[in-house]
Design a protein around this ligand. Structure first.
Ligand SMILES: [Zn+2]
Length: 82
């Protein structure tokens, strides 16, 4: 087999597998723990150190970027078919 062809196949397969793995991850686990509040859902204020609800997430969970993109395209498709 041609070594250039083998290299091209490997170079095309690895990013495809990574993308497929991320798509499966977004499908199986669409939310991830919030990095700002470490999944607790609240942060402490700087001055008084009082707990306050985290504004970035919903009770410690954030939607993954890939899932957000998938939801956007699904919404576009349903709007186009109405
Ligand atoms: Zn948070």
């Amino acid at each position: 087999m041609n070594p250039h062809l083998t290299a091209a196949i490997v170079l095309a397969t690895i990013p495809a597998l990574i993308t497929l793995g991320y798509a499966v991850l977004c499908w199986v686990k669409p939310v991830k723990p919030c990095q700002r509040c470490a999944g607790t859902g609240h942060i402490t204020t700087r001055v008084l150190r009082r707990p306050r609800a985290c504004r970035r997430c919903d009770r410690g969970h954030r939607l993954r970027t890939g899932r957000r993109v998938a939801n956007y395209f699904r919404r576009l498709r349903t709007e186009a078919h109405q």
